[in-house]
Design a protein around this ligand. Sequence first.
Ligand code: ADP
Length: 446
Amino acid sequence: MTRTSSKIIGIYLTIGVLWILISDWAFDYFGYPENPMYQTIKGIGFILISGMIFLIMLRNYEFRNDDYLARQKATADKLRLANERYTKVSKATNSIIWDWDLKKNKVLWAKNLTVLLGYDSLYNDPEWWTDRIHPEDQERVIAKVRQFLESGQRKKWSDEYRIVHADGNVRYIYDRAYLMFDKKGRPIRMIGSMEDLTERKTSGQQLEILNDQIRKRAEELAISNAELEQFAYIASHDLQEPLRMVTGFLTQLEKKYDPVLDDKGKQYIHFAVDGAVRMRKIILDLLEYSKVGKTAFHSEKIDTNELVDDIIKLNKTLLDEQNVTVRKANLPVIFGGKTLIQQVFQNLIVNAIKYRKADENPLIAIGATEDENFWQFSVSDNGIGIDPDYFEKIFVLFQRLHNKEEYSGTGIGLSICKKIVENHGGKIWVASGAQKGSVFYFTIKK
Ligand code: ADP
């Protein structure tokens, strides 16, 4: 029997007893005769009064009950909403929410447990969880939880560990929880969320491995580059002496034996001298190349206007011979290695003349722009141009697009420019097209 119905029956009986007592007393007091009709009136009166009180109480009860039901419904709605919110949040955040009732020692898991870890034991004891922790982390995690619960002070707990997925794979988890206490301060409930860190961890690890490989590769490259430069330096330096000997004896041969040599002999000697001269040029260029960057350059203030004027003066004969026009914009004052920057301009200007069109006088324009971090120079010509397929190749050591009969050269000039520019924190590149002239750009870091 509910509390309300026993209350109603209690009141009903009390009223009944009171009615009998009061009516008996009233009949007695007013001296009504012992007439059965009065007994009927007494009975009907009892039924009417108690019925009315009963009705009023029932209405009141119904009214309160409706109110109670409405409140119950509102609470259930709120609960459903909160539940929905928490399921959605756990889905969106890739987290598994869990609720550990410490009194019953049971854990309730959100459905995400199945999605993220493949298990569907959604209600179980905490040992089920600890059994799934990776054996290497198990002891540590359990000890930490125990310590946390025993301390009875702190409210927040968190740990990072590995857990074994239902498919046997290992997942990395970041688990954090909030502890609740009863009025006496005893822990009663712990609510937490597990975040799956596996993707982040593994991509982080992969990135580290990749970074490590790149670092190693860069170190190896730096070593082999240094060795190569050292080799080029020694080779070019030491080769000069025997080469000088070869050239010297060939010249002697040419002079002394001229009368006895026939035309073929003379031609052979001429080829040999020519080869030796070219070899000397290559060796000198290579020496130049290996010297760049060997020692740190002394950075100084350079007025590139003056610097380019000097180059024009130095190459006056060549410029006059080839009918070259140079148009120079106002160039900036920069900081860098003076002879090195001069070498870049010299190489680019000489190339602009060398790779001219046969039927057009060379026209060279030199300009500059700047931004926050760099000065950018350009050297353009109206020469034979370069096919875009070779834009990268021309900056590689010894790479040439023409044979020596067409255009003389060693294929080292642009490699030297590239090395110098890169040593100044800049870049060098070309914009061109076959027969369309070329524009060489390079930047120098401010
Ligand atoms: P070299 O001129 O001694 O061959 P470089 O390294 O200076 O060596 O140039 C490499 C190649 O780039 C050249 O062989 C040539 O084919 C091409 N090149 C360089 N400058 C120009 C230019 N201004 N116009 C057309 N081609 C060029």
